[in-house]
Design a protein around this ligand. Structure first.
Ligand code: UDP
Ligand code: MG
Length: 218
């Protein structure tokens, strides 16, 4: 070691993991700011000690919005380094928007979330805790479908019955895109070349150490 030089690793880079939130948005001009505010409030209350708090990257994927969503997001990006924007050239659908976000993400863990707060931000803390104790995929399962219509409930049930009668790897009922993925799982997903994607199926197929947390969808 050369005398007089000190090597100090930036403690933040070593100890605080980066978590990417991927948020596909289509015509959500009124929802994006409340979403970021809800995430901020949750992070501050659930990780009161700054050193314990994960660093965040919030990637919005604008899926061809025709309202002011993109303008609102550009304003957010200008004032908040954590916020990033991917703008798709037209509406490709949520699955494609999610894929674009997964490819761009840099996080040690990645969590796709809907912007309408139906994926409760409060679940991030328990998901991240499970991940930090070694789980690679943390599913969030709705244990209550009372916020859905009767039609949505029975059609969903029929759907899972049908698809699981065909699938080699069963698709968990009630688990949507709201899950935490370790970087290893994200890299595996990013290697898949399917263009027309059914993420729920692909997500169940890739494997990895997986756990499921139950929640009630607001
Ligand atoms: N979304 C999108 N592209 C679409 C449709 C929806 O990016 O073509 C986004 C939408 O803005 C929201 C998320 O995907 O953030 C989920 O959409 P929605 O709330 O309509 O789905 P649901 O709650 O019915 O599953
Ligand atoms: Mg919704």
């Amino acid at each position: 070691m050369i005398e007089g030089l000190t090597f100090e690793a930036a403690p933040e880079a070593v100890t605080r993991p980066l978590v990417s939130l991927i948020v596909p948005v289509l015509n959500e001009q009124d929802a994006v700011i409340p979403f970021v505010q809800a995430i901020d409030g949750m992070v501050q209350s659930q990780w009161p000690v700054l050193e314990d708090r994960p660093r965040l990257e919030i990637i919005f994927v604008d899926d061809g919005s025709t309202d002011a969503t993109a303008a609102v997001l550009r304003g957010l990006c200008a004032g908040d380094k954590r916020v990033k924007l991917i703008q798709l050239s037209r509406n490709f659908g949520k699955e494609a928007a999610l894929s674009a976000g997964l490819k761009a993400s840099r996080g040690d863990a990645v969590v796709p979330m809907d912007v309408d707060l139906q994926d409760p931000p409060e679940l991030l803390r328990p998901m991240i805790d499970r991940w930090q104790s070694g789980v690679q995929v943390v599913n969030a399962r709705r244990c209550d479908r009372s916020s859905d219509t009767m039609f949505k409930r029975s059609s969903a049930q029929l759907f899972y019955k049908a698809i699981n009668s065909l699938a080699d790897h069963p698709i968990a009922e009630g688990v949507g895109d709201f899950r935490l993925f370790d970087r290893a799982a994200v890299d595996a997903l990013n290697q898949m070349t399917e263009h027309s994607r059914f993420n729920k199926g692909l997500l169940s197929w890739i494997g990895f150490r997986t756990e499921t947390l139950d929640y009630v969808r607001p």
